[in-house]
Design a protein around this ligand. Structure first.
Ligand SMILES: [Zn+2]
Length: 119
């Protein structure tokens, strides 16, 4: 009930997205551990090393943002599969070619809209 009948292509893409999601989540939790190791040793917080710690944490933060953004896009794509909206461009509403979705399973925009949004 309430679960849309998925096409073989949608099933395949859902599988791919779920795999990407778990791979990304383990990568994020790993970098989280790396981050804690980086900052958490010693733990007394002497001010001497703050500059380098700060730089390291900014770098980790930047990496985390990219991964978090990708994870978000993957989650959205999975939701769209379940809503029967997968493969429809979020901007113009046209179908995104399957070739593009195979290359980037979490793509929310067709190529023309993607180009426009990058400008
Ligand atoms: Zn479009």
């Amino acid at each position: 009930m309430g679960y849309n009948e998925l096409t073989p292509f949608e099933k395949e893409m859902e599988q791919t997205l779920l795999e990407m999601k778990s791979a990304l989540q383990s990568k994020i939790s790993k970098s989280d551990t790396d981050f804690k190791n980086l900052v958490g040793t010693g733990g007394t917080g002497d001010s001497v090393d703050i500059a380098s710690d700060d730089l390291a944490s900014k770098k980790m933060e930047a990496i985390g943002k990219i991964d978090a953004g990708k994870l978000n896009a993957i989650n959205q794509a999975i939701v769209r599969i379940r809503n029967g909206k997968y493969g429809v461009c979020a901007m113009c509403g046209k179908k995104i070619p399957e070739d593009r979705l195979r290359a980037i399973p979490y793509a929310l925009l067709c190529m023309p809209c993607k180009r426009k949004s990058e400008r």
